[in-house]
Design a binder for this molecule. Structure first.
Ligand SMILES: Cc1cc2nc3c(=O)[nH]c(=O)nc-3n(C[C@H](O)[C@H](O)[C@H](O)COP(=O)(O)OP(=O)(O)OC[C@H]3O[C@@H](n4cnc5c(N)ncnc54)[C@H](O)[C@@H]3O)c2cc1C
Length: 195
């Protein structure tokens, strides 16, 4: 398994960097589909958008594959990778509900259970996943078909201000060309909002 030097990343990273020797590594590298058994060289547990940017830059500068882990429900296992950097968004749990504008803003680690709990407390709802541990961001990026879609449309149809409300961590120059074997999450969205 590849080893990744993390000294420079440690200096600017607010979250947690997990390596194969760490006790929580095996639990964190797994995804919902138990048939997927990959071993990233580094799991970057991001505390916020700046960490996402730092982790993307770290991987890009070293030519490492990137996998973005939201809720981990993607069946093909694109949330993890072998020998690359898993950008783990799960610690990013901020939720803001603006009930007057009927708008929610969530960070990229929020699951449908967590968003439903927050919106239901305000008597509000948005089309969410049929399984509550699915990630809001990954679900919405893939359109998102849920319980309320006949009334409210797909989750992506309800995303507000699509251009301005997504904080994108992006490798530059163009990500798809510069990240070898990019496994489906070449740009990482750190927050989104829905109304
Ligand atoms: C049990 C089960 C039930 C499901 N039910 C439904 C359903 O009812 N309706 C439906 O529409 N779909 C359903 N799905 C499919 C699921 O919604 C999609 O696979 C969705 O993409 C999972 O999102 P996630 O964040 O949980 O998964 P992940 O595997 O973490 O993410 C999925 C993909 O999106 C990328 N990604 C995640 N977050 C970000 C981000 N912030 N920025 C950039 N890329 C990101 C990942 O890299 C990966 O490629 C279901 C899947 C399972 C396993």
């Amino acid at each position: 398994m590849a080893q990744v030097t993390t000294d420079r990343l440690q200096a600017e990273f607010e979250g947690e960097l997990v390596e194969p020797r760490d006790p929580q590594y095996d639990m964190l590298r797994r995804v919902f589909n138990g048939a997927v058994d990959r071993h990233p060289a580094l799991i970057a547990r991001c505390a916020g958008p700046e960490d996402v940017i730092a982790a993307v830059n770290h991987a890009r500068d070293r030519g490492l594959e990137i996998a973005v882990h939201g809720g981990g429900h993607g069946v093909r296992g694109h949330a993890t990778c072998d020998d690359g950097v898993m950008i783990d968004l799960r610690p990013m749990k901020d939720i803001e509900i603006d009930s007057a504008r009927r708008r929610a803003r969530v960070q990229a680690g929020v699951t449908w259970r967590e968003l439903d709990e927050a919106t239901q407390a305000e008597g509000l709802a948005v089309t969410g996943g049929r399984v509550s541990s699915t990630g809001v961001a990954g679900f919405t990026l893939g359109s998102g078909s849920g319980w309320l879609e006949r009334k409210l449309g797909l989750a992506a149809d309800n995303r507000a201000q699509p251009r301005s409300s997504w904080r994108m961590a992006r490798s530059s120059p163009p990500p798809r060309a510069s990240i070898p074997g990019c496994s489906g999450g070449c740009a990482a969205a750190a927050a989104t909002s829905a109304s």
